[in-house]
Design a protein around this ligand. Structure first.
Ligand code: KIV
Length: 271
């Protein structure tokens, strides 16, 4: 399907219509101006400034260390680049779990200082009060269920979630709670495809899957992973569109060689 580039700016209402019309929603992460410019120009519906920046930008093992200030820095760079996509920014670990007032203040900072369009946070019933308070302030909120990386030390592993009935039931309940609290969409990460299909059918709001099968209303990937920049990271759900690690490594080796052999710069590359 060709991308409709006539649309001026994707809004949460556009996403609702896309679900209604059966048009799949494309979402991808970005963390900086250059990449977000390319992603937006390619027709992305949603750019997620994910707290995966903690892993792929800063080199941390988990998403936990990234701060609100750092998220705002990344988000502001992405906002300056994107003309069409809806920009959703993750509330980082520690910026909303304390209480709903703290959650609202963090969301306000992201909207005011970065110019984002919406925030995303992880969890179900535990964050309902915060979701409601943020939305009451006029800030759109996206939920995130299933594998929620900010709770990695509780889970102990990054394997598929909600395979057992009790956890699957909690996820279904949480999805409805988030919808009733006013979320405009919900990310479903690493859960069985059948469960994601059931949740997607039960909700009026769009679901965006990552490792959650084809029935979700949209898909999201981490851009560094799909471009092959994250060396050695190839989970089953990931489709890798390029091998940029090899491409860039090759280019850099050529540059090193050109400098060492004095073939760069040549006569045309000087003043
Ligand atoms: O931080 C992130 O990149 C995310 C996606 C994996 C959904 O939350």
């Amino acid at each position: 399907m060709s991308v409709n580039k006539e649309i001026k700016r994707i809004t949460t209402h556009t996403l609702q219509s896309m679900k209604h019309d059966g048009e799949k929603i494309a979402m991808l992460t970005s963390y900086d101006f250059s990449m977000a410019t390319i992603v937006d120009d390619a027709g992305m519906d949603i750019i997620l400034v994910g707290d995966s920046a903690s892993n792929v930008m800063a080199g941390h093992e988990t998403t936990l260390p990234i701060t609100l200030d750092q998220m705002i820095y990344h988000a502001a760079s992405v906002v300056r680049a994107a003309k069409r996509a809806l920009i959703v920014v993750d509330l980082p670990f520690g910026s909303y779990q304390g209480n709903s007032k703290e959650a609202l203040n963090s969301a306000i900072r992201i909207m005011k200082e970065a110019g984002a369009h919406a925030v995303k946070l992880e969890g179900g019933i535990e964050v309902r009060e915060s979701v409601e308070r943020i939305i009451t302030a006029g800030i759109p909120v996206m939920g995130h269920l299933g594998l929620t990386p900010q709770s990695i030390y509780k889970f102990g592993t990054y394997t598929v979630r909600a395979k057992e009935e009790a956890e699957a039931q909690k996820l279904k309940d949480d999805a409805l709670i988030l919808q009733e609290a006013g979320c405009f969409g919900v990310v479903l990460e690493k859960i069985p495809a059948k469960l994601a299909e059931e949740v997607t059918k039960s909700l009026r709001i769009p679901t965006i899957g990552i490792g959650a099968g084809p029935s979700c209303d949209g898909q999201v990937l981490v851009i560094n992973d799909m471009l092959g920049l994250t060396k050695g990271f190839k989970p089953r759900f990931l489709r890798q569109y390029l091998d940029l690690y090899q491409e860039i490594n090759g280019a850099v080796k050529s540059y090193v060689n050109d400098v060492k052999t004095q073939s760069f710069p040549n006569e045309k590359e000087q003043y």
